[in-house]
Design a protein around this ligand. Structure first.
Ligand code: NAD
Length: 336
């Protein structure tokens, strides 16, 4: 099977190399179609999303992508956001699961965040409202169509994976139209899934509840910005960004990536944790029907964490190995 591979920026090339090595050692036969995006593509082609990258994803329908650098407050628009829009990848699925051996404040966390991936404050409709640049506005559009399909995706996932509860996160007390519409859609759709309990939680309370007692939650569905923030929070609950995979899924195309960014502070040092992208690779294998290989990867990663001897600096700053060493440890731990 042909899959588009985008190494990305910063730590991207080193962690994608790890993910490819681990995926290939499961025995699954993948023909990687190497493409570029982000800063690397600007340097090579003067274009953050070259046409051949778009065409490759369109043709192959599945991509594994390293993180891409987006400059703050200036420069080209986020390539990640543009790719999600281009392929209508409306589901951002971000699981956060505890691993034995990773020391965190909580145990047995098993959360799934469904983040709406296209609308609201990531619409890119923003500008200064006067010539002096003394005020700026961003327009966040929430539609019934967009809300219904992400909420339905969350309920379908819960039904398929025997999850018992969905928490709908919003700010409908203040944003009565955008938040209100999202909540109303959830209340309607929940009626079609009587076996799944639904509750709604206001975002500020949700942030506090997640820190206080994350085990009370199961599946979370929310709008774009809240989903982005909460999924980083959830990754922090299970040991940090180095462990959090994500998938951007649409009707026809899916792009798999880590939740984290390009981590320029640790680029080219061979110390980044490749596990998030490796676990995103496992999600990709699930998506293409290679569940056995996906489970092999998850079990191998879990074994390396459980043993705790060969982990990266973000997991154990007192005793750690390099990106390449943890990659080899995961391959070594894999059942043949
Ligand atoms: P970041 O996620 O890159 O890094 C945050 C912190 O976590 C840093 O201290 C970093 O060293 C650490 N970290 C991240 N990944 C790690 C890993 N695998 N192993 C060990 N430590 C890790 O966030 P940032 O610094 O806010 O953003 C850097 C760039 O990444 C920005 O240009 C941003 O726009 C971009 N970004 C891209 C994506 C994506 O491509 N999907 C997502 C988020 C941010």
């Amino acid at each position: 099977m042909k899959i588009t591979l985008i190494p990305g920026d910063g730590i991207g090339p080193s962690i994608t190399a790890s993910a490819v090595k681990v995926i290939e050692s499961t025995g699954v036969n993948i023909d990687w179609d190497l493409q570029f995006a982000g800063l690397t593509a600007v340097e090579k082609f003067k274009d953050p999303i070259p046409e051949q990258t778009i065409q490759s994803i369109e043709k192959n329908k599945v991509a594994l992508k390293g993180p891409l650098t987006t400059q703050l407050g200036k420069g080209f628009r986020s390539v990640n956001v543009a790719l999600r829009k281009e392929f209508d990848l409306y589901i951002n699925l971000r699981p956060a699961k505890s691993f034995n051996g990773i020391i965190t404040r909580y145990e047995n966390i098993d959360l799934i965040v469904f983040r709406e991936n296209i609308e609201e404050f990531y619409s890119g409709i923003e500008h200064y409202i006067d010539a002096q640049k003394s005020a700026a506005e961003t327009i966040g559009i929430v539609t019934r169509f967009g809300s219904e399909r992400i909420i339905r995706a969350a309920f379908d996932y819960a039904r398929k994976h025997n999850r018992k509860k969905i928490s709908v996160v919003h700010k409908a007390n203040i944003m009565k139209f955008t938040g209100g519409l999202f909540l109303e859609c959830a209340q309607q759709i929940a009626k079609e899934y009587p076996e799944i309990k639904m509750n709604d939680v206001i975002i500020d309370n949700m942030a506090m509840q997640l820190v206080l007692n994350p085990n009370q939650f199961d599946v979370i569905v929310t709008t774009n910005l809240f989903g982005d923030i909460l999924s980083d929070l959830c990754s922090g609950l299970v040991g940090g960004l180095g462990l959090a995979p994500g998938a951007n899924i649409g009707k026809n195309v899916a792009i798999f990536e880590a939740v984290h960014g390009s981590a320029p502070d640790i680029a080219d040092k061979n110390i980044a944790n490749p596990s998030a992208l490796i676990l995103a690779g496992a999600m990709m294998l699930d998506y293409i029907g290679e569940e056995v290989a996906a489970n092999k990867i998850r079990n191998a990663v879990a074994k390396v964490f459980r043993e705790g001897k060969k982990v990266t600096r973000d997991i154990n700053p007192n005793s750690f190995v390099s990106t390449t060493e943890i990659t080899d440890a995961i391959i070594e731990a894999m059942e043949k």
